[in-house]
Write a protein that binds this ligand. Structure first.
Ligand SMILES: [Zn+2]
Ligand SMILES: [Zn+2]
Length: 364
């Protein structure tokens, strides 16, 4: 029996609404006012029963919790049209339309559809080091999420000793009248059994979820780029009353590296070289993600020259062979010239190489 429906109210009703509705309906159906009216007497009994529960804040909370908890898939199917009853004349307010007659049934179905909604997803940004982004792997992240209540397993209710159902007085079925038509259906709070074996879970206020902090492992693919978005299925907020959890979306923020810069699948590295190394060529040691290697600088290398070292760039998680390259950007560094011997050598070098390095600026 929908106790709110009995009082012509919705679950959003305030306690003042309940009080007013009870007084109005009790006056209308009181057996003293309607002697011999069998339907009126039945309605009066239902109104009183509804008020006993809804008029008491504690019992109302319990009833509200109970309304949501049970899938009771066969409730709509069990609603039966129980024939016409012309023993009372339909009053204005009771001359229901067809949709009003079946409103209870439709409301039940709508409520269950809402209850099955998936939990909401969670979004967070995770900063990882440049090396972690290159290497990939499992990265733990702390998440505050609503999870299934451990006390009730997400159901919102806990098992109790069997009690008689208050809503139907243990009969398992409720009967209600609209106009001249009489309906019966299985009692919703007890699922038609007449016994209540469940009570609202106190640990989660019958929502079936609890907020807690949890460490979630995010699997980062090697070579991931900054602002990439990963999804961890089922690690968003748990749905209410056992509905499936949403997903966790993780936006990756890759920290800058001290010396390497990223350009797509290639890594850029600015490499300072002395003028003797640039002029004469030579072998220099350079860092890579896998450790130092030796690179060859050809004789006569100008500043700004790019030297490509195959396979030492960003790793390709799907194909080790097609990793990016490491690109060395050569930067000539002039050593400080302070002593007289070095100055004399440079003057001598200039005399031996009388090249006008600015000649091209005047050729036009
Ligand atoms: Zn719980
Ligand atoms: Zn019942």
């Amino acid at each position: 029996m929908d106790l709110y429906g009995v009082l012509d109210l919705t679950p959003a009703a305030t306690s003042a609404d309940i009080e007013r509705a009870y007084l109005r309906l009790a006056r209308r159906y009181h057996p003293g006012i309607n002697p011999g009216d069998r339907l009126g007497a039945e309605r009066f009994r239902q109104v009183q029963q509804a008020y006993e529960v809804l008029g008491d804040p504690g019992r109302r909370d319990q009833y509200d919790a109970g309304r949501h908890r049970r899938p009771a898939a066969s409730i709509e199917a069990s609603v039966e049209f129980d024939g016409f009853d012309f023993s009372a004349m339909a009053q204005g307010a009771e001359a229901a339309t067809f949709s009003e007659l079946f409103a209870d049934v439709f409301q039940d179905a709508a409520r269950r559809a809402v209850a099955a909604d998936q939990g909401t997803s969670l979004e967070l940004t995770m900063q990882i080091s440049f090396e972690e982004a290159m290497r990939g792997g499992a990265v733990p992240v702390s998440v505050v999420r609503r999870d299934r209540c451990p006390a009730c397993g997400g159901a919102g209710v806990v098992a109790l000793e069997s009690l008689e159902c208050e809503a139907c007085g243990g009969r398992g079925a409720v009967r209600w009248v609209r106009g001249h038509m009489v309906f019966t259906k299985a009692c919703e709070p007890c699922g038609g059994s007449g016994r209540l074996t469940w009570a609202a879970c106190g640990a989660c206020a019958s929502s079936g979820v609890q907020t807690r902090s949890e460490v979630v492992t995010v699997h980062v693919p090697a070579g991931i780029e900054s602002q990439a978005r990963l999804v961890v299925p089922g690690r968003g907020h748990a749905g209410e009353r056992g509905a499936p959890a949403g997903d966790l979306y993780v936006t990756i923020d890759v920290a800058d590296h001290k010396v390497f810069r990223r350009d797509g699948r290639d890594l850029l590295l600015t490499v300072p070289v002395g003028i003797h190394e640039a002029a004469l060529g030579g072998r220099i040691e350079v860092p890579t993600l896998a450790g130092p290697i030796t690179a060859r600088v050809p004789p006569g290398t100008a500043t700004g020259t790019r030297l490509r070292i195959r396979g030492h760039g960003v790793p390709d998680p799907h194909d080790r062979e097609s990793s990016g390259d490491l690109i060395l950007e050569i930067q000539l560094v002039l050593p400080p010239v302070r002593d007289e011997r070095s100055k004399a050598l440079l003057r001598e070098f200039a005399q031996l190489n009388p090249v006008d390095v600015r000649a091209h600026l005047f050729e036009h």
